[in-house]
Every structure is written in structure tokens, then in C-alpha cells.
Design a protein around this ligand. Structure first.
Ligand SMILES: [Fe+2]
Ligand SMILES: [Fe+2]
Length: 218
């Protein structure tokens, strides 16, 4: 599967969003598909899924903002990461509203072994690769989140949560592309693709051992 660097200008007309799982999966840089059994588990344990989901949205907003502090001279990154953080805060608020209305608890920070495993791949203190890795980490987080939301949407029997997932899946798909595009400014397309391939393979190795917990990346 070849994933050329996405080239969407803000004014470019995007093709219609795919909604079918196979189609969405094919559009993502993932090498391992989440089994449907994960979605059945998450659908059966929605309070846990949504509590974890809220934290994921909050954490990605925090991560995007942290990038603006790490690279303050990169105006494009600062603008795009700040806009992304604002969007993720909106996602967070939507999930919190659903939890509150249903009387389901919101979680604080919790262990996310998948994200921790990925984060360990970021090489430190060796620019431009540290920056590239930080952006590719964001790309993988967004891509897997999009895939999981789409998987869950296949089996979910709850109209309000289905609406949420249908809205958020395409947003997270845009986000992985944005992170990848920002990384692409730092290096040549072939070096970037080679580095991303390592991320894709490592992510798939982590994901293959998961799919047994009702959390977004569990
Ligand atoms: Fe989000
Ligand atoms: Fe996102």
C-alpha cells in the first residue's frame, strides 16, 4: 500500500469522505486492522469507552499545544497545531457532555500502553528527526483513532454516540494528514516515507497485541 504525501490545499475540493470501514482503512497508513470483536466489546462497555475517549481528546489537544511551545519559530506549525488543539477541545467537550448527561464518570489520566509504546519511538535531541518523529507520532495517533471510530461505528446501536463517531472519524483522518504534511516540510519525500514506514510497522506490532479492552487504543 503506497501512501503518497497528502497534498490538500485549504481551498482544494476534497473528495467525499469514505464511510465504509474497508474504504477508510485503505485510506489510512495502518498495517493492521482492528478486529470487529474490539468494536463489539467497546459497544457493550460504552461508559468505559467514552470515559477513555474523552481523555484521548484532551491529551491530543495538550500534545498539539506542547508542539507550539517546542517550535515557536515555526509559524505554520504553531497555527495549525493551535487550530487542531482547539478542535480537539471541542471533541473533548462533546464527549464530556454525553458523559454528564448520562451520569457516567469522566476519567482522569490513565495508562495508554499503545501510546506509550509509540512515544518511545521518538528519537530525542537529533533534529530534524526529533521534530519529524514528534509529528509522525501525532499522525499515528490520529490515524488509529480514525480507524477505531470507524470500526465502532459499524456495530454501534446508540444514535448519539454514532453521530459523534461519524463526525469525529473524518476529523481525525484530516488530522493525520496534517501531521504528515507538516513532517514532510523537514525532509525529502523518500526519507520521510522510509521513516514513516518504521512508525507504521512498529505501530502495527503494538496494535496486533491489542483489541481486547474497550478503550480507544486498547
Ligand atoms: Fe479528536
Ligand atoms: Fe484529531
Amino acid at each position: 500500500m503506497i501512501h503518497p504525501m497528502p497534498r490538500h490545499s485549504p481551498s482544494a475540493k476534497r473528495p467525499p469522505e469514505p464511510t465504509d470501514f474497508a474504504e477508510v482503512f485503505a485510506s489510512l497508513p495502518l498495517l493492521h486492522a482492528t478486529p470487529r470483536s474490539w468494536a463489539e466489546l467497546a459497544a457493550a462497555r460504552l461508559p468505559e469507552f467514552l470515559a477513555d475517549h474523552a481523555v484521548c481528546e484532551q491529551q491530543v489537544a495538550v500534545y498539539a499545544l506542547s508542539l507550539t511551545g517546542l517550535y515557536p519559530d515555526d509559524v505554520e506549525l504553531v497555527e495549525r497545531a493551535a487550530a487542531l488543539a482547539a478542535e480537539e477541545v471541542q471533541h473533548f467537550r462533546r464527549v464530556v457532555t454525553i458523559l454528564r448527561r448520562r451520569g457516567w464518570p469522566l476519567w482522569g489520566r490513565r495508562k495508554n500502553p499503545w501510546a506509550q509504546g509509540l512515544r518511545a519511538l521518538i528519537v530525542n535531541g537529533r533534529e530534524p528527526w526529533t521534530k519529524v518523529d514528534r509529528l509522525l507520532f501525532g499522525a499515528m495517533i490520529e490515524a488509529r483513532s480514525c480507524e477505531r471510530f470507524t470500526r465502532l461505528l459499524e456495530v454501534i446501536d446508540d444514535p448519539e454516540v454514532a453521530r459523534l463517531l461519524a463526525d469525529l472519524g473524518p476529523a481525525e483522518r484530516r488530522h493525520w494528514e496534517m501531521f504528515y504534511r507538516l513532517a514532510g516540510r523537514e525532509t525529502g519525500p523518500e526519507e520521510l516515507a522510509a521513516r514513516f514506514q518504521r512508525w507504521r510497522e512498529a505501530e502495527a506490532d503494538l496494535a496486533r497485541g491489542l483489541g481486547t479492552s474497550p478503550t480507544v487504543h486498547g
